[in-house]
Design a protein around this ligand. Structure first.
Ligand code: BEZ
Length: 254
């Protein structure tokens, strides 16, 4: 999922995303099942990426409006026949028209989560539901540790600006409630996830944090992160398995 709702925190390369990150939507079918879309419903997909899941949702007969901050991803979604717009989760330019909001692997890019929740509340009909999944409190813990260690080792790289928000379950539940939602369920799911290579993951998802470095420094950064992570996330039997932890919830506008 092209989940960049925080302006300029990542550059999305649609080709690389398609090649190395299809696991993002492949693993999200339980979230679509939790959404349980109904024929005739109007559903907003926040952070639609290539539109794979929006298409899946439309199979129910629901109408999906798909939004993403990446122009490339919006184009990919349009190519699939979806109604898609370039828009941020913190600036949803719609009226109160949606029966439901769906969001997969996006909300961890939003560093002002209350703003996004207020916007989602605004565009939902009364009793409308939001079903979402994103990175939880311990998501990519080893990876973050390695990234921070490499930045610390090279002061000339500058400070590491973490572009991700991985909240604890209780923190996010309280935020949902403060924004006017009733939380029907919220759970943490530890989900180690097979990826093809950590370098590709960094290329697709972490290019924003090193874009100020020279090409040589970027290559060195990736090599050092990979070296630190290999004993923790790589095995001959399974290859690379990244330490994902998901936060999944269903909440209703009251
Ligand atoms: C995630 O899906 O957990 C994720 C994706 C990109 C960056 C950080 C986390």
């Amino acid at each position: 999922m092209a989940d960049n709702m925080q302006k300029e925190s990542n550059d999305w390369d649609a080709k690389k995303y398609h090649k190395h990150a299809d696991f993002v939507s492949n693993l999200a079918m339980p979230v679509v099942e939790l959404l349980n879309p109904q024929k005739g419903e109007k559903i907003l997909d926040v952070g639609c990426g290539e539109g794979t899941l929006a298409l899946e949702i439309e199979k129910s007969g629901a109408k999906v409006i798909a939004v993403d901050l990446s122009e490339d991803m919006v184009l990919k979604s349009k190519e699939k026949g979806l109604e898609a717009y370039m828009m941020s989760a913190t600036d949803l330019r719609f009226e109160q028209t949606f029966d439901a909001i769906f969001s997969n692997a996006t909300l961890h890019w939003v560093l002002t989560p209350d703003e996004a929740l207020k916007q989602m509340y605004k565009v939902l009909k009364p009793k409308g539901r939001i079903i979402a999944e994103f990175g939880g409190e311990n998501n990519i813990k080893h990876l973050l540790h390695a990234i921070k260690a490499v930045f610390e080792k090279h002061p000339k790289y500058g400070a590491f600006n973490n572009p991700w928000y991985f909240p604890a379950k209780d923190t996010y539940k309280a935020l949902l409630e403060a924004c006017g939602f009733e939380v029907i369920m919220i759970e943490t799911i530890v989900r180690p996830t097979k990826i093809d290579d950590i370098t590709h993951w960094l290329d697709v998802f972490a290019n924003g944090i090193i874009k100020h470095l020279t090409p040589k420094q970027q290559a060195q950064f990736k090599t050092e992160v990979k070296t630190l992570l290999k004993p923790l996330l790589y095995s001959k039997e399974e290859g690379w398995v990244i330490d994902y932890e998901r936060l999944r919830f269903k909440a209703i506008k009251v």
